[in-house]
Design a protein around this ligand. Structure first.
Ligand code: 6PG
Length: 251
């Protein structure tokens, strides 16, 4: 594992393979969870879907993370969700429930999945209301996640923010509904400005299929790509890449 700095991010952590990426991500989760529960009595984290984070979720469900992470003070939200039944194998929450949630002592009230049974616009409004209720308890009464895990698609999307398809409402709404991606279904997603309010954003990028887009974001600085727009103003930005994903970077 090497820590490298680039202009586009606070740090790039280069790891050998997907297994080490999962371990590194779990370490960051543990570190931040212990820090924030010590500091503020709770740890507020948002997870992404897709395949990349699943290895990390399974890591966190195993030792030592199952024992050392302060699960009882941890709140899990989602960055985005496909509007599919949670039993559908493509459901982000469904996968996280299988890999992590059902295997750690996380109180049910601390698990905040996006609703997928209502019509997408209503579901987006409902989750936005839930976030407002959760974050408006204390100043600054804004959605400030302690840690957000993001992935990136080969087209440069992140969360369910797709190139040329970020809704205009995403500049002031907390959650919007969109349609697209793979699978091409209705989705709910946190908006870019919410992600950029986070204290720490960590991208997990694995595999040679992501090498070209990693270069476009981290070296070519293609600002238009949704993933390139994630630059937490007052927060930390970490990219963890395995060697295949980093193969086009001049590191
Ligand atoms: C989703 C994800 C999405 C994902 C990327 C990468 O719901 O699709 O949140 O943004 O992070 O598409 O997906 P993989 O990890 O499967 O490559």
């Amino acid at each position: 594992m090497e820590r490298i700095k680039t202009v586009r991010s606070d740090e790039i952590i280069l790891v050998e393979d997907a297994a080490e990426l999962a371990l590194q991500g779990a370490e960051i989760f543990r570190e931040e969870a212990c820090y924030y529960t010590e500091l503020q009595g709770e740890f507020i984290c948002a997870l992404s879907g897709g395949n990349t984070p699943r290895g990390m979720h399974r890591r966190l469900a195993g030792e030592p993370y199952r024992s050392v992470c302060p699960w009882e003070m941890t709140h899990l939200f989602w960055v985005d969700e496909r509007c599919l039944p949670t039993g559908d194998p493509r459901s982000n929450f469904g996968a996280a429930r299988k890999d992590l949630i059902d295997r750690v002592p996380l109180p049910g009230a601390n698990v905040h999945p996006m609703p997928t049974h209502a019509a997408p616009p209503a579901a987006a409004a409902w989750y936005e209301g839930k976030l407002m209720q959760f974050f408006r308890k204390v100043p600054p009464r804004e959605p400030i996640f302690d840690l957000v895990f993001l992935g990136i698609g080969s087209d440069g999307h992140t969360a369910s923010l797709f190139p040329q398809a970020i809704p205009a409402a995403a500049s002031y709404k907390w959650v919007v509904d969109v349609k697209g991606g793979e699978p091409d279904v209705f989705r709910l997603t946190l908006c870019p400005w919410v992600l950029n309010r986070s204290r720490h954003v960590c991208f997990l990028v694995s595999g040679s299929l992501k090498a070209a887009v990693a270069k476009r974001v981290l070296e070519d600085s293609e600002e238009a790509l949704p993933a390139a727009q994630i630059q937490p103003a007052g927060g930390r930005l970490t990219w963890i890449l395995d060697r295949p994903a980093a193969e086009k970077l001049d590191l």
